[in-house]
Design a protein around this ligand. Structure first.
Ligand code: HEM
Length: 1205
């Protein structure tokens, strides 16, 4: 063997072994790095062509004597050295050395003639002698190695090798085991041996390999580290072979060989193997792969050990198995699994035999016995294992001793379940073959169920089935033999029978019932139960102890269904077919089957009601009332002609004498009263003539009371009633119809219908009355169209009432409800239109009109507000606290506290408005108006005493200053170019055009300020808003304030607080601000003013933001316009507020009004209530228009709004 192979990396591109990571050889794998000359003569690891015929038998490890090779010859000086014992070798060396020195000295003296020459000669020959001595000694270990080899090769077998002999050889040559050549030979021998012991790739381990290797290792006396490195060498060799072979099968074999090597080596070196065998490092395998190698081989060995174990297990065998398991280093868990599997396999053999017998075509009683015997073998084996598992020494036994189970094996599948059930059934049948179930068999059955892995339910079902049959057999024997009859207590007899068979008494009772039912069925086969049948049945009942209710149930079931059949046949014959034969059959069935009258009636009722319901269904699906009534009529006929005689037959009565239901006294009285007025109701009460004409009334016992709801039944009745009233309507072509008047006999049918529907008299009356009411109301509404009740109308209504037959109180109630509703509507409209004030309301109340219920609360509140508003604007200055706070709220029935709040709000609002108004009127020199306004102010002050009012005259107000153009020539800078207005305020040319026209017609009279105020109002009205009154007389300013326009106008970037304060600075409340902002329901704004909002703000609807962004790019287009209210840009409505609620305010300032702050609720109110908005907006606009106007001689009337005159 080429030693370089040992240190050379096996391959630069190896394939994984054991599916490991690529193998990389590490030359430094062992601390004692040596070069071994190791040869592998024959070994079972080798592939076939490399290995000579193996002499090992599968059972035990034997090694061929020639595994170590033939004897080796000595060469060169080795034979000489071999002959010298160590002392002789020492003496010879000394003689050679001394002789050489002496000879050298002599020769030097002789040829040099002086001492120096002699010494030189001695040195030269001495050195040569020394070299010879060294050569002799150096050859010693090799000679010893050859001697060792020849000794081993010469032994009869590895077993014959003795440690003393090897030590003697070392001693003989005076070498130690560490001497390289000697050591190498030892390693070579060990390596050859181990290789020969390990079975080749395809073969399994035999189990004795570890012991064989350990004893050989001991005999050789090789050190563990040396031995271990030989194991690693063998591993390398397997790797190389794998690379050389290269095919799939070879690869697999070598992988297995490697696994075996790992396993055996680990066991050989025991605990030290972790240090001595660096598999992971050298072969790059993982821990788990090493574990798998150990586990798989251990399993294989243990399994092969188990394979010889049969059903005759004993303690000794179990102990030896346990020892083997420990020796093989197999985990308890796996050992247990293997044992379970082995037991199962043994049992499966019996199962298979038993099944073959049971399933064979030629199955005989003996065959079944045989199958049962197989099962008994299994049970015996199972018992043995269970008792062994409870043995005191069970700890020392193999793992997995205990009950057997087929779970997890070849019979553990749904497919095989039927086979197992077959076996179980056979065993149950066999256990009961003696007519009873022995206790031990009962226990055995439980064991068998567990072994077979049958579910409790399945096993019980089989047991029940088999036992039931046996029970029935025993019962019939007891019957026939008379044993049962003779028994003193039948119950005890039956109980005992159950116990003997381990049979559930409940199931026994079910069998008894079944027997009884069968008997009953036989008895009624001829359609009748005669006395003989009755006594035979009684006997069965007594013998089998069957409870009465079971018997009753069986009778009503079996006899009932026979009776039902008879009834159905009778009904099925229909109106024409219910003849004498059928009647006879019904009578026979009803009485011959000995059904109770209730039971028979209940059966008949069920069948009849089904037919009734079908009629009802057809009636409901009919296309018109006439057709629908016709179906009901058929039902009535069916009731009269079929059901009525049927009921009589069941009851055994003559149908000629109908039993009349007694009407309760109280109800009768009530009905009698009603008869008087309701004509239709009167008609359903039959008079004698009619009875004689149409025959007897139908039965009333079977009704649809429980099948249909009360409402449905009343509806059906109503349908027929209308049919009775209107007659039959026949439609002919072109939409015309012919009405056929019905005679009063229809009403009698209606009466019968009421009975079939199970309607009580009260319910019937109810239908008649509601129909009459309906008719009355319809016509009364026409008469009372305007809600006025005149004398003539009263008479008209009286006639109508009589005509319809509606009782007086009902008619009165209807009249009242009509007049009240009409009046309420009229009053509401009057209040809404302002035609009704508190005074008139009071009058109405006094005349008994129920105002509180006629007018809604909100309308009453509005009326209150309006009344107070009128007081505050009456110009009188009167404020009667009692009247306002108590009386009016009481008359309008509104909450006094709430009323007080309304008064305060109004007063506060009016207070400053009145003052502003007074000042404005003063400037217009309307003194009467000034007094009125001041009176109003005083009235408000009485309601809410105010702080002393301050009156600062602002510099700018509603004075058209905003219209003045900048004038470069004079250096005038007005408001137009101020920041908030520049490029923003638009439409000056509209004002110009109005002004020009006015100046033409009426020069110097109408100021630009008035034009602006009116134009604002009229644009709002033109766009659909509400108009308001604009007080006129403003004059135009001669100046404008650029700086005030810059500071005072609110900015679109302001937050709610800032906006509120900007408006407050001009005397406006937050509420007025919100109302005024509604002006943004129209108009447009520039992109630069809302760009930040649509790109960066979060309180904005994303779809809305995107749509605006399309016209407002993030950088350019600052002047692009977007509608402030995109949903209805040119309509003055409340959409602006709806937008805010939906986060669709365009300006930052807009959305501030609805952003979780104090103004949210007002925005919500306006968004829901446009009227409130219009009204508040108008009020605030008036206020804004009256903001410090110039009057009298102040200012001027400009000729051109853009310039001062
Ligand atoms: C709450 C404070 C207010 C702010 C911050 C505000 C701001 C604005 C802004 C930035 C514009 C767009 C101007 C432009 O793009 O050039 C605008 C337009 C408009 N504003 Fe206001 N405004 C407010 C109150 C009001 C009030 C009280 C009214 C009237 C009662 C009103 C009536 C209008 C009208 C009609 C337009 C449209 C003008 C046009 O389309 O040419 N605004 N407002």
């Amino acid at each position: 063997m080429n030693p370089s192979l040992l240190s050379a990396p096996p391959s630069s591109n190896p394939r994984p072994l054991l599916s490991f990571q690529p193998f990389r050889f590490s030359p430094n794998y062992h601390p004692r790095r040596r070069r071994y000359r190791v040869s592998f003569p024959r070994n079972s690891l080798a592939t076939d062509d490399q290995s000579p015929t193996s002499t090992s038998s599968p059972e035990t490890t034997t090694t061929s004597p020639d595994i170590f090779g033939g004897p080796k010859d000595l060469t060169g000086i080795q034979p000489l050295v071999e002959k010298l014992t160590p002392p002789a070798r020492l003496a010879t060396s000394a003689v050679i050395l001394a002789g050489a020195i002496a000879a050298g000295y002599g020769l030097g003296l002789r040829f040099g003639n002086n001492r120096n020459a002699a010494l030189g000669g001695a040195a030269v020959l001495g050195a040569a002698g020394g070299a010879a001595v060294y050569a002799v000694n150096a050859a010693v270990p090799e000679v010893a190695a050859v001697s060792l080899h020849n000794y081993v090769a010469g032994c009869d077998g590895p077993e014959a090798i003795k440690r003393e002999d090897i030590e003697n050889i070392a001693q003989k040559y005076g070498v130690s085991k560490q001497d390289e050549a000697f050591n190498m030979e030892l390693c070579d021998i060990y390596c050859r041996f181990v290789s020969s012991v390990l079975p080749s790739g395809g073969e399994d381990l035999r189990g004795d390999e570890v012991e064989t290797i350990i004893s050989f290792k001991n005999a050789l006396g090789i050190d563990d580290p040396d031995a271990a490195s030989m194991h690693m060498e063998i591993g390398r060799r397997i790797f190389r072979q794998r690379l050389e072979t290269g095919d799939r099968d070879g690869d697999l074999e070598q992988r297995r060989a490697f696994q075996k090597l790992i396993y055996v080596s680990t066991l050989v070196f025991g605990d030290a193997s972790t240090f001595l065998l660096p598999w992971k490092r050298v072969f790059k395998v993982t821990d788990s792969q090493v574990e798998i190698a150990i586990r798989d081989n251990a399993k294989q060995l243990y399994a092969s050990k188990l394979s010889s174990v049969g059903r005759d297990v004993d303690e000794e065998l179990l102990v030896s198995l346990r020892e083997a398991q420990l020796k093989y280093k197999l985990s308890d868990e796996l050992a247990k699994d293997l044992m379970m599997e082995h037991k199962r396999k043994l049992v499966e053999k019996n199962i298979s035999v038993a099944l073959n017998i049971l399933k064979s075509r030629a199955r005989t009683v003996g065959g079944v016995k045989q199958a049962v015997e197989e099962l008994d073998k299994i049970l015996a084996f199972n018992d043995l294992l269970i008792s062994l598992s409870k043995h005191p020494d069970a700890d020392h036994f193999a793992r997995g001793v205990g009950p057997v189970s087929l779970v997890g094996g070849e019979y553990d599948s749904d497919r095989k379940m039927d086979d197992l059930k077959l076996l179980y059934r056979a065993y149950v049948t066999d256990s009961l073959s003696g007519g009873r179930m022995e206790s031990h068999k009962f226990a055995a059955l439980n064991q068998l169920r567990n072994i077979l892995g049958l579910g409790n339910k399945e096993a019980e079902a089989i047991k029940l089935d088999v036992t039931s049959k046996v029970y029935q057999k025993r019962l019939s024997e007891a019957f026939q033999s008379g044993d049962l009859e003779m028994a003193d207590s039948k119950a005890a007899f039956l109980q005992n029978l159950c116990e003997e068979l381990h049979f559930d008494p409940q199931k026994a009772s079910e069998i008894h019932e079944e027997i009884y039912r069968k008997k009953l069925q036989q008895c009624v086969a001829d359609g009748e139960l005669d006395d003989k049948d009755v006594s035979a049945l009684l006997k069965v009942r007594v013998m089998l102890c069957i409870p009465q209710q079971i018997v009753d149930a069986a009778h009503s079931d079996i006899c009932g269904s026979l009776f039902e059949k008879a009834v159905k046949e009778a009904i099925g014959a229909g109106v024409d077919g219910y003849d004498a034969d059928i009647r006879e059959a019904v009578r026979k069935a009803a009485h011959g089957l000995r059904l109770t009258r209730e039971a028979a009636m209940s059966i008949a009722s069920k069948a009849v009601r089904k037919i009734f319901v079908n009629y009802v269904k057809r009636s409901r699906s009919a296309e018109n009332r006439t057709e629908s009534a016709k179906e009901l009529k058929k039902m009535i006929a069916f009731n009269t002609l079929v059901v009525t005689p049927l009921v009589a037959d069941i009851k055994g009565e003559s149908s000629d004498t109908p039993s009349e239901e007694p009407v309760k006294e109280e109800e009768k009285q009530f009905v009698d009263d009603e008869w008087e007025s309701l004509q239709t109701l009167r008609k359903i009460k039959p008079d004698k003539d009619l009875i004689a004409k149409i025959g007897k009334p139908g039965q009333t016992e079977i009704t649809l009371k429980d099948d249909l709801s009360e409402r449905d039944r009343m509806d059906l009745y109503k349908t027929y009633l209308l049919f009775c009233m209107t007659g039959q309507v026949t439609r002919i072509t072109f939409g015309a119809e012919i009405r056929t008047k019905k005679d009063d006999s229809e009403y009698l049918l209606l009466n019968q219908l009421g009975a079939i529907l199970g309607l009580t008299t009260t319910e019937t009356v109810e239908v008649h009355r509601s129909l009459a009411e309906q008719a009355f109301r319809k016509q009364a509404e026409v008469i009372l169209a305007d809600g006025q009740l005149t004398k003539a109308r009263v008479e008209q209504l009286n006639d109508l009432q009589k005509n319809v037959g509606l009782p007086g109180p009902y008619a009165q109630k209807i009249i009242k409800s009509i007049t009240t509703t009409k009046m309420a509507a009229a009053i509401e409209t009057a209040i809404g239109q302002g035609r009704l004030n508190i005074k008139q309301i009071r009058e109405l109340k006094e005349s008994g009109v129920d105002i509180d219920n006629m007018i809604t609360e909100s309308l009453r509140e509005n009326l209150f507000k309006k009344t107070v508003d009128e007081i505050f604007s009456s110009g009188t200055g009167d404020f009667d606290e009692e009247e306002v706070y108590d009386k009016i709220p009481a008359d309008l029935k509104i909450n006094a506290q709430k009323a007080r709040g309304v008064v305060h709000d109004l007063a506060r609002n009016r207070l400053s408005n009145s003052l502003i108004q007074a000042v404005a009127l003063l400037r217009q020199r309307k003194y009467q108006g000034v007094v009125s306004s001041l009176n109003d102010l005083l009235a408000c002050d009485k309601a809410v005493p105010a702080e002393p009012l301050s009156w600062e005259v602002p510099e700018e107000g509603c004075d058209a200053s905003v219209l003045l153009d900048d004038d470069d020539s004079t250096g005038f800078t007005g408001e137009k170019s101020a920041g908030p207005n520049a490029n923003s305020v638009r439409g000056f040319e509209v004002i110009d055009s109005i002004k020009t026209q006015l100046e033409t017609i009426c020069p110097g009279v109408v100021s630009c300020a008035d034009i602006l105020a009116v134009a604002a109002r009229d644009s709002v009205a033109a766009l659909g808003g509400k108009s308001w009154t604009v007080q006129l007389g403003r004059r135009d300013s001669t100046n404008a304030s650029f700086s005030n326009a810059n500071t005072d106008l609110p900015s679109p970037l302001m937050n709610l607080d800032e906006l509120t304060s900007a408006f407050s600075n001009k005397g406006f409340t937050a509420k007025e601000m919100v109302a005024l902002s509604g002006a943004h329901t129209t108009g447009q704004a520039r992109c630069l003013l809302f760009r930040n909002r649509v790109y960066n703000e979060t309180n904005i609807d994303s779809t809305f933001a995107k749509s605006i962004q399309s016209n407002c790019p993030s950088s350019d287009g600052g002047d692009n316009l977007s509608y402030l209210d995109a949903s209805s840009p040119v309509i003055f409505d409340n959409a602006y507020y709806k937008n805010l609620v939906n986060k669709k305010g365009l300006l930052h300032s807009d959305q501030q009004l609805f952003n979780g702050g104090s103004t949210d609720s007002q925005v919500t109110t306006y968004s829901n209530n446009p009227i409130t908005f219009y009204s508040d907006f108008a009020d605030a606009m008036v206020k804004m228009g009256n903001l410090s106007p110039l009057t009298g001689t102040s200012g001027q009337i400009r000729t051109n709004c853009r310039k001062v005159n």
